[in-house]
Design a protein around this ligand. Sequence first.
Ligand code: BG6
Length: 486
Amino acid sequence: MSDTKPTTFIIFGASGDLTRRKLIPALFNSYCKGRLPEQFNIIGFARRPWDDVQLRQILQDGMQELAPNTYHADKWEPFASKISYVKGDLQTPEDYQTLRHHLAELETGPGNRLYYMATSPSFFVPIVENLGAADMVQQQDGWRRLVVEKPFGHDLASAEALNSALQAVFMEDQIYRIDHYLGKETAQNILYFRFANTIFEPVWNRNYVDNVQITVTESVDVGRRAGYYDQAGVVRDMFQNHLMQLLSLMAMEPPASFEANAVRNEKAKLFHAVRPLQLDQTVRGQYEGYLQAEGVAEGSQTPTYAAMTLFIDNWRWQGVPFYLRSGKALKGKNTEIIVEFKLPPHLMFDDIQDEDFSANILSMCIQPDEGIHLKLEAKIPDSHKTQPVDMEFHYRSSFKGNSLPDAYERLLLDAVRGDASLFTRADSIEAAWALMDPVITCWEEDTNAPPMVTYPRDSWGPTEADDLLARTGRVWRHACYHPDES
Ligand code: BG6
């Protein structure tokens, strides 16, 4: 780490699941790899009547249960000795004075602070206002950064209000809005694939690409999260953030550098070029049994699945459909991006009919079988026909011994380094909301909106999503993991 000042991680909402499941494993792994600042402290701030020992025990149990492969008993003790607990109410200004005193005891000189809001979004504004009022945002003794978890707003208006509230206390370059999809190695690899190679970029446009498909399927259902999910639905939960971020990585123009604002400027430009969505280009669905799940409102119209077609009005992508789909309680967990290329303009092989020939398909598998596939037509030996064959790259075989770090590990370290390129800037968040908000509102209020359809659990979603592509003679593609084939 170039900045060698001691660094304190302050986790608001430390008694919650995120701290146990993601933040502590990410910090512990970074510690084991020697990537944390030499001197660091972690303070958990929450309401429960715990002390340091209890918090450490809970986090240790969590590590052993949830991340047993990366738990090293010998390293845990020295790591855990840096963890302390402050009991406090997020909305009570006096409790921030308690936190200040605790920090003063730990910080023996100038130091950096990373404030992490691992809380329900209703606490984001009170936390920030209280930090401001307690004079804990000034940067004269080291940097002060704020990490904001999703959901970032509920619609465009609330996202704008949240941005204003954060920016009233912190400067934009102190604010790190997390989208954990951007921390996934394979999502980052999209930019390396496009811009660290020369052979793909020349065909990455409307002249060669027929359509692009972004699929994020999940086998899990709403589980115990209905309280949140039934208010959110799949568009707020997955599209506004994760799918739109994947779209931007695939479609943005090359930035001049990997510097945060250079990357984020291109993303913002891309979002502004997306054409407002047409209602008849959307599908919404609910899995069978959703209405019976605990915590789901009676007769809820919350979609657990959506598919939609987007168009990008710029020179590169004019006329190329981008198909996005995501849902819960589906047959498998799979995040995959397909680029389907156009067919050759002229077929000179007499024995091959148009219908025998398939387009080149590039597939970027984000998870679970991380890698890249390219489907090509090859001549079948001793015949005049062709057959599609696969050129494959798999992380697990090409990078044996390099495990894929969890997204939070990378993102937390980037926040400490001050590299915001994988974090979302205020304007992109708002631009993504400006696209998704009208769809959600129309689905809820417009009588011409496509009806909610029900799809069976353990399927690939409603058939209406297939019809969406079939209208123009296209089909959903997949090249990676597919339980039907395994
Ligand atoms: C979260 C959503 O942001 O992403 C969840 O709130 C979803 O509903 C999760 O399950 C998916 O993330 P991943 O990394 O498992 O694909």
